[in-house]
Design a protein around this ligand. Structure first.
Ligand SMILES: Cc1cc2nc3c(=O)[nH]c(=O)nc-3n(C[C@H](O)[C@H](O)[C@H](O)COP(=O)(O)O)c2cc1C
Length: 306
């Protein structure tokens, strides 16, 4: 295994505490698992989010809770809640492109408000006990936005910056812009983590290869991988995919059947487990169609046998 930093990206609706634990215990190879963002709803920190970040549910799993905020006030309240749970490590989301968040000035929408980002930077300085990181895009509408923000990001006390080289308005369309990534890396004084469209980890002569070119930047710290790992949770380790799938599914299945009520609730949770997985289309379709647990068990069983 390489000595670069490898993070499992946060994916709302997929990488909850149960999934993260299943991956950590059955697969491994990840330095840090990021939680989907914790946010405010009607002025309160969402209870559901705080259950996901509850240290009891994350014990033994290297976890980084993430927050999404539109200003320093929201940011401070979210940090208070997480620090109240005992966290000393927090990631700030400045990259979520979902229109509802962007319109409210959160996620990649925040990149259009340098004054608010600066107020958040000052709030970070008031919390020296916390190790912060930032996950961002290059801008919401244009790359200029990201470049304007960069000096403020540079003034933040950060472990690293994770950069997804697309604009918010692109959501997930178009190719990740590797040239732009390098331009940002050049002006970023923090170690930088690459995120976007990685389906494997390629190293050549100790250098990370992204796309067809080794990304040659002196301060690259590592990578964050999302959908690639949901598709092939075993991609970073030398383990039998069937065995990985079987073991991870056993954790997810046990948790769903012990904590949820009725086949439809249980199945909707379990369907998320399969949604991104790299399995034959026909089998996935049959699993997604199963509307009773016995039928579901029948459909998944062949995927675990030799
Ligand atoms: C369904 C979905 C949910 C996501 N939820 C979050 C989130 O809560 N926080 C965040 O920072 N990024 C979130 N992302 C973005 C991913 O963390 C990641 O940046 C993106 O998928 C690109 O990386 P990948 O190509 O390796 O998947 C989400 C993406 C998807 C598709």
């Amino acid at each position: 295994m390489s000595d670069i930093y490898i993070a499992f990206a946060p994916l709302q609706g997929y990488t909850d505490a149960v999934y993260r634990r299943a991956h950590h215990e059955c697969v491994g190879g990840i330095d840090e698992y990021y939680t989907p963002f914790v946010r405010l709803e009607k002025g309160e920190v969402r209870k559901k989010d705080l259950r996901d970040t509850d240290p009891v549910n994350n014990m033994g799993v290297p976890t980084v809770p993430q927050v999404i905020a539109k200003d320093d006030d929201e940011f401070a309240r979210l940090c208070d809640a997480l620090q109240g749970q005992g966290w000393k490590r927090i990631d700030l989301n400045m990259g979520c492109p979902f229109p509802m968040q962007v319109k409210a000035g959160r996620g990649s929408g925040l990149l259009q408000y340098p004054d608010r980002v600066e107020a958040i930077q000052k709030e970070m300085l008031r919390r020296p006990e916390v190790s912060f990181s930032v996950k961002m895009r290059m801008g919401q509408e244009s790359m200029e936005e990201g470049l304007v923000i960069m000096p403020i990001v540079n003034a933040m006390p950060l472990l690293h910056v994770t950069l997804h080289p697309r604009l918010g308005r692109q959501q997930y369309k178009g190719a990740a812009d590797l040239e732009a990534f390098c331009r940002f890396a050049d002006v970023c004084c923090h170690p930088i983590v690459y995120n976007g469209d990685l389906l494997e980890l390629k190293m050549e002569d100790g250098e990370l290869v992204i796309g067809t070119d080794a990304i040659r930047t002196p301060n690259i710290k590592g990578v964050m991988i999302g959908r690639g790992l949901l598709a092939r949770p075993w991609m970073l380790v030398d383990k039998n995919p069937r065995e990985v799938l079987h073991a991870m599914h056993a954790v997810a299945y046990r948790h769903a059947t012990e904590h949820l009520c009725g086949d439809s609730q249980i199945l909707s949770r379990l369907h998320a487990f399969w949604e991104y997985l790299d399995i034959p289309h026909k089998q996935k379709k049959a699993i997604m169609k199963a509307s009773t647990l016995p039928r579901y068990r029948e459909e998944v069983a062949p995927l675990f046998s030799k």
